[in-house]
Design a protein around this ligand. Structure first.
Ligand code: ACO
Length: 440
């Protein structure tokens, strides 16, 4: 199971019978190293004139990948073969970043060099701070992230050539290194506080916390428990196979767009409440519920198909039993609250009661709707002092590593083509233009 291989030459086939024309077609079945095999439909249109139809891509593999494997029924998440629980327990975010990008865990020497390569790029071009000042102070930090990360392509011209492996590598280092700096700057800007420059002797997570919460007027002490929780949160969000934002990055990159523009596209996709915006939505929902006594009313609303209300932080497109990241995050949540001495945080009490009631409710049990990672991450981040608007930004910092690894894998794949889905057209058939006087 551990040896990655290119998908085996197909030996099995599926047979498609067109009952209209009575023609049959053999479709090769390709096996991966684990997980469901795929039916290769690449020649379907050329041979039959049919497209496949799969809105939401629930049954469609868009690429071959060796990076991340998920078994939603088993609650399994592997990065390059390593279970997420082991990485969260024993590794650190920089090591996981190396693993995702390069395929194997680093030796000590490789790790030192990688850390040096990343920290070398933590500062941003000084003129970027002027760029920040063009935003309103009350702008959502994800709006700022979309703009500033996209703008990196206007600042780093020497790493835009995607056909040059060295430039691709430098762009990757730059993005991973600068995301925490840009995110902290977005936070500082919203607070009206001065930007804090990175300190490279600190770890990735420590540095981010320092740039976010330090102020020039006072000494700043990193809290190791919080830094560990931050690092773990980054690990848990580092990659997640072909989700909406990763697919967005791949699709944008498939046209040859530069990596900074592609990651900005990924950030835009992540922003939505059904994806990375869910942890922010969890806190908004808890605020809306307000009190434990109101939980039954909101559970009832979540079950009502005529009501758009859903329990945020519950359910997952892929995990239909449990989210392995949620279990680690739940533990981390209690560690952070213990460290900060938060014993009776009303929102936490409310969240725990909601979790308990939903897990016993037939509707949620039958549909296998369990708390996902966002349910707990929001609570941790709030306790650490982040405003809710920053939650998705933290997700974006972590996921940048996954986006970059997936983008790099795609660019290095010789069979890569521009992504171009097809459609089932149900609009008007051809009709002739009428001058305005003749319409009505
Ligand atoms: N609250 C109430 N009902 C729900 C919820 C929910 N959170 N999630 C799913 N359901 C119901 C659906 O209405 C549907 O019911 P039905 O079978 O009676 O029609 C059933 O459960 C299956 O749901 P789908 O919508 O088919 O599940 P899908 O895989 O399309 O959606 C999603 C997954 C988008 C995550 C959904 O569960 C949801 O909106 N959850 C809340 C938002 C959230 O927490 N998102 C975070 C995702 S994790 C991440 O991005 C890191």
């Amino acid at each position: 199971m551990s040896q990655p291989k290119t998908a085996a030459a197909p030996k099995k086939k599926a047979i498609l019978t067109d009952t209209v024309t009575n023609k049959t077609m053999d479709l090769p079945i390709i096996d991966g190293s684990i997980g469901p095999s795929v039916i290769d439909v690449r020649k379907l249109y050329a041979d039959t004139g049919y497209f496949t139809y799969d809105p939401g891509f629930t049954s469609t593999g868009s690429c071959e990948s060796k990076i991340t494997y998920i078994d939603g029924d088993e609650g399994l998440l592997l990065h390059r073969g390593y279970p997420i629980e082991e990485l969260a327990e024993h590794s650190n975010f920089m090591e996981v970043a190396y693993l995702l990008l390069n395929g194997d865990l680093p030796t000590l020497e490789e790790m030192k060099k990688f850390e040096k390569d990343i920290t070398y790029h933590t500062m941003v071009h000084e003129q970027l701070s002027t760029f920040f000042r063009g935003f309103r102070r009350d702008a959502h930090p994800m709006a700022v992230m979309c703009g500033v990360v996209g703008a990196l392509s206007a600042f780093y011209h020497d790493s835009l050539d995607i056909n040059d492996p060295h430039q691709r590598m430098i762009a990757s280092f730059r993005l991973i290194a600068k995301m925490p700096t840009i995110a902290a700057m977005a936070f500082k800007y919203s607070m009206g506080q001065p930007f804090i420059y990175p300190k490279n002797k600190l770890s990735y997570a420590e540095n981010f916390l320092y740039m976010t919460f330090a102020v020039p007027a006072e000494d700043y002490q990193n809290n190791p428990v919080l830094a560990k929780a931050m690092d773990r949160l980054f690990i848990l969000h580092a990659d997640h196979e072909q989700n909406a934002s990763t697919s967005t990055v791949r699709l944008a990159g498939s046209s040859g767009a530069n990596p900074f523009a592609c990651i900005a596209a990924g950030i835009a996709s992540l922003w939505g409440p059904a994806h990375g915006g869910a942890n922010e939505a969890v806190l908004a929902m808890l605020g809306q519920i307000g009190d434990k006594k109101n939980i039954p009313e909101f559970i009832k609303r979540a079950k009502d198909k005529n009501d758009s209300f859903r329990l945020m932080g519950f359910g997952h497109r892929v995990y239909k039993n449990f989210d392995p990241r949620a279990q680690v995050m739940r533990k981390s949540c209690h560690e952070v609250l213990g460290e900060l001495g938060v014993k009776h945080e009303p929102l936490l009490d409310l969240a725990m009661e909601l979790e308990r009631i939903a897990l016993e409710d037939k509707y949620f049990v039958e549909r296998k709707l369990y708390p996902n990672v966002d349910f707990y991450s929001g609570i941790i981040l709030r306790a650490m002092g982040f405003p809710t608007s920053m939650f998705t930004v933290l997700f974006a910092i972590a996921r940048t590593v996954g986006w970059i690894a997936q983008w790099k894998e795609m660019i290095e794949d010789p069979s890569q083509k521009i992504g171009r889905p097809r459609q089932l057209y149900t609009g008007h058939t051809r009709r002739s233009y009428k001058p305005v006087q003749q319409r009505g």
